[in-house]
Design a protein around this ligand. Structure first.
Ligand code: HEC
Ligand code: HEC
Length: 267
């Protein structure tokens, strides 16, 4: 377990919230809360605080942008952020998201990043964006107490053609050996999250063959997750013990075996 710093506790709360809500909520929600989009798509590299201090940063040749820096304040307008989010930044791990996020989502995300991190303002309530679960269930409007992040249950399908960062190429066979030696104990040999250690762990290890995982984890997202681990869970940051090539190999294996293949084929 990491030291219980404030940041860790915040991350833990967010993860717990996300897990609880993911488990309980129906899939058919058109949520576009920008805080949740940021959490799902950006924080892995740019950090929960937008300062670029993520654990993924250490494995990237160009560091993720610190949105809170003076340079960012001078440069980053919502329009520029939206353009970069849509098209990516060539030669860096920053890929374009326009096949995965709608124009409206990108615009909201850009406004959020600028307001929250570049300008350092407190998060505003998500003014009627998306359908809150509370309202969907006929409860009271939740807007009076803005949540830090309204989890999105099933984000738009990720771009499954995206490659690994930094031009890495993974070897599935080597990755399979690495997976069985290091990951299967938690994630299971079938990738179903039911390895022998899973029983004792909360939140549970990710089930890769579940539909939401298969929509979300392209090679890039897998690599980032493997490299930086998952704050507030037992998912280790593998970059501390594995080489970029090993992380590329295992990401390729997970991608091809569990994400891209139909679940029937791995049973
Ligand atoms: C896999 C890691 C990674 C992910 C995920 C990621 N970024 Fe980046 N981002 C980078 C890197 C690396 C750079 C390049 C560093 C720079 O430009 O200073 C960058 C640069 C940027 C820039 C500055 C570009 C410029 O020069 O104008 C913005 C804005 C940005 N990212 C926003 C986002 C947002 C919003 C998301 C989520 C949709 C996101 N990023 C997801 C790694 C990532
Ligand atoms: C000690 C148990 C454990 C081991 C070993 C482990 N994981 Fe995990 N993994 C977890 C847990 C717990 C989560 C968090 C699930 C969550 O947050 O919903 C997770 C999450 C993930 C995720 C998803 C991250 C996200 O954003 O939700 C990926 C991808 C992943 N693991 C890949 C791997 C790979 C590949 C290996 C081997 C190199 C590995 N894990 C080894 C426990 C483990």
């Amino acid at each position: 377990m990491p030291q219980p710093t404030l940041a860790h506790r915040a991350a833990l709360a967010t993860v717990a919230l996300a897990v609880g809500l993911l488990a309980g909520w129906p899939q058919a929600r058109a949520a576009t809360d920008p805080a949740a989009l940021y959490h799902n798509y950006c924080s892995v590299c740019h950090g929960d605080k937008g300062d670029g201090k993520s654990r993924a940063a250490g494995s990237l040749s160009t560091l993720p942008r610190d949105f809170t820096s003076a340079a960012s304040r001078a440069e980053l307008t919502p329009a520029r952020v939206a353009a970069v989010v849509a098209h990516g930044k060539p030669g860096t791990a920053m890929v374009g998201w326009k096949t995965q996020l709608s124009e409206g989502d990108i615009q909201q995300l850009a406004d959020y990043v600028v307001r929250r991190f570049v300008m350092g303002q407190a998060p505003a309530p998500a003014a009627g964006t998306g359908i809150s679960g509370t309202r969907a269930h006929g409860g009271r409007e939740a807007d009076a107490t803005p949540l830090p992040a309204t989890p999105v249950s099933t984000p738009a399908k990720a771009d499954m053609t995206a490659g690994l960062p930094n031009g890495l190429k993974g070897d599935r066979k080597r990755g399979g050996a690495f997976y069985n030696a290091n990951c299967a104990t938690c994630h299971g040999t079938r990738g179903d999250g039911a390895g022998p250690r899973a029983y004792f762990i909360k939140p549970k290890p990710r089930n890769f063959i579940a539909e939401d995982s298969r929509a979300r984890f392209n090679r890039l997202a897998l690599y980032a997750a493997v490299s930086e681990g998952r704050n507030g869970s037992e998912m280790p940051a593998w970059k501390q013990v594995a080489t970029p090539q090993q992380m590329a190999d295992v990401s390729e294996y997970v991608f091809q075996t569990f994400i891209a293949a139909p679940p029937a084929a791995v049973r």
